[in-house]
Design a protein around this ligand. Structure first.
Ligand SMILES: [Fe+2]
Length: 600
């Protein structure tokens, strides 16, 4: 069993705790006030560079808007350069060819260790007594999963590529504490297993794993199953890679972010080519081999994921689990948790990837270190900035848009009618979501009944690979009428099988394997979005909308001006922004100007 890091702390309750994920992909900031999550935002939304990995100064400033920075008692970063330092040093000392790479890792660790100085240099005038904490990456993940869950007690598991020399950590959460019961250390990692094949199949960018997951539904896993099983095995909670297929353990883990966007170096070896053939070139045509290999990799990931979860269930004797880490965003796998493990309740918060470690680190300080009681449950994802009506109006007028203002019921009625008439609608309402999914705050919405809608969305706005699914938002109380699993999935991180008789009614959100990566929308939690879907149900009899993120090959829109710009330059039909409704037909002259400009 791991021991808790020793800490020396002021024990008084502090008003604000700032959490930061920095010098790591999807950098972000979050603010806790009196134990409640108040604000959380990813830096990429502000600086418009996807997955940005530096120090999230703008996100921190956004979190601290309206807050006296001198009232921030603690600042926590979700990295700990001292974690497993002995193991790291031993590895470098015994493998001299890693020395050059170790220099950049040391430089990175120094930056992490000095993040308090860097924040002060950025102009943040913390009080002299403000305490700065380095929280081990997976402990921040575990805190982000358990402390915001609705459960008093649960197993808690973090699974990702790597963070602070570990790739898996698990334990048991009770009340305001968790105990770590086990971990998996470098170089073994389910996340690296999945990333290696994602690269091999021609998806080279940081965060492209969800593309291979989408592709996997189109292949036959049997063809490569036995060969892929040789690459990774999990037994008694320990993941073991066959290292002959990888280079990260002997050539180093090449992760750079000079321009801000993280770039991961190749992690698979020549043996991968010898066994599975030539790697697919990015953007080349997909073959039967590629689809079958993706299917086998997803199947093997699931075997290992469930082996790990079953071991944790047995060891901890818990029937409830909270999950975090990049692998926990594999919604296809998560859809089978009830079928393939003894867990009967599951909670996965919407920023289970590294962005969520910002509030995880803050919660770790609040509960694990300061031992304060829990008083917060994360029931929605809307912890980002919002923009009042006057700001939206000003942006609309600045562009010269033609629009009309409506009271809420009328706005909802007109928007639902437009969607039912086959129009594509931009929906910009309330606070921005935290995490990779648009969940009814910054969404593009469309009619799921149309078999052509997926292609229309791709041709007109999203330009995504055709094998990637679009996701359904469903009224929570209707879940059991349309899906074979009737359990809340408020954050689009679980894919459930759509009832076979229903699939032809919603072809645009039925993936090739008959599943839908759903968002269950609760009337109490998201009243406006619920009302819109319910209005669509009244018109069509279907309580489901297509919900995809409000963007066009860019981070999700953050400002009203960005939403207006995206509406005008793409072939979106309608924009509902705050109380205002815009029809493309009334704004064609602006739209044409945008497109001519874009082409130039
Ligand atoms: Fe992570």
């Amino acid at each position: 069993m791991d021991t808790e890091p020793e800490v020396s702390l002021r024990t008084q309750i502090t008003m604000h705790i700032l959490g930061v994920n920095a010098y790591h992909g999807d950098s972000s900031a979050a603010l806790l006030s009196e134990g409640q999550l108040v604000t959380a935002i990813e830096e990429e939304r502000l600086n418009r560079i996807k997955h940005w990995a530096g120090l999230p100064v703008q996100a921190i400033q956004s979190c601290l808007e309206g807050v006296d920075v001198r009232d921030v008692g603690h600042v926590a970063i979700s990295r700990d350069p001292k974690a497993h330092l002995g193991r790291k040093l031993l590895r470098v000392l015994t493998q001299p060819f890693l020395w050059k790479q170790a220099q950049s890792r040391v430089a990175n660790s120094v930056e992490v260790g000095r993040f308090g100085d860097r924040l002060r240099e950025a102009g943040l005038a913390f009080a002299p007594g403000t305490q700065f904490h380095c929280v081990e990456h997976h402990r921040a993940h575990l805190a982000s999963a358990f402390f915001v869950s609705p459960f008093e007690e649960a197993a808690v598991v973090s699974v990702d590529g790597f963070g602070d020399f570990s790739s898996v950590m698990w334990g048991v959460g009770r009340d305001n504490q968790f105990d770590v019961r086990g971990s998996v250390r470098f170089p073994h990692s389910l996340g690296v297993f999945y990333s290696a094949f994602t690269q091999f199949l021609g998806f080279p960018k940081y965060g492209d794993e969800y593309k291979m997951m989408g592709l996997s539904a189109f292949g036959n896993p049997q063809r490569f199953l036995s060969k892929v099983r040789e690459v990774v095995q999990t037994k008694d909670g320990q993941v073991r890679l066959d290292l002959d297929y990888f280079i990260h353990h002997n050539h180093g883990w090449a992760m750079t972010w000079e321009s801000g966007e993280p770039v991961m170096g190749r992690v698979f070896s020549q043996k991968m080519t010898e066994v599975f053939g030539t790697p697919r070139a990015a953007r080349s045509e997909l073959t039967e081999r590629d689809r079958d290999l993706a299917a086998a990799v997803q199947a093997v990931l699931e075997e290992n994921y469930f082996s790990l979860l079953n071991y944790v269930a047995k060891q901890t004797r818990q029937s409830t689990v909270c999950l975090a880490g990049g692998v926990a965003l594999n919604c296809a796998a998560n859809g089978y948790i009830f079928e393939r493990t003894p867990f009967r309740d599951v909670y996965i918060q919407p920023a289970a990837h590294d962005a969520g470690t910002s509030f995880g680190a803050a919660l770790y300080v609040q509960h694990q270190m300061l031992k304060q009681p829990r008083n917060f449950v994360m029931r929605h994802a809307c912890f980002g900035p919002s923009h009042d009506e006057s700001a939206i109006l000003s942006d609309l007028q600045a562009v010269g848009c033609t629009f009309r203002r409506y009271e809420e019921d009328e706005l909802v009625r007109r928007t639902a009618e437009a969607i039912a008439a086959g129009k594509i609608v931009g929906w910009f309402q309330g606070r921005m979501e935290f995490g990779p999914r648009a969940l009814g705050g910054r969404s593009i919405l469309a009619d799921p009944r149309s078999s052509e809608m997926k292609e229309v969305l791709n041709l007109r706005i999203k330009y995504r690979e055709p094998f990637r699914p679009f996701c359904p938002s469903i009224l929570a109380e209707e879940t059991g009428n349309w899906f074979e699993t009737d359990y809340p999935s408020p954050f689009m991180v679980q894919a459930y099988k759509i009832k076979p008789a229903r699939r032809s009614q919603v072809p645009a959100v039925t993936h090739n394997d008959g599943t839908g990566r759903l968002q269950t929308v609760d009337r109490e939690v998201s009243p406006l979005y619920w009302k819109l879907i319910d209005q669509f149900r009244r018109i069509t009899g279907v309580p489901i909308l297509i919900n995809t993120s409000f963007n066009e090959n860019e981070p999700i829109v953050h400002l009203p001006a960005q939403a207006i710009d995206c509406f005008l330059r793409t072939q979106m039909d309608v924009l509902a922004i705050g109380p205002y409704l815009l029809d493309k037909a009334d704004n064609l002259h602006l739209s044409e100007k945008k497109r001519v400009f874009a082409e130039v």
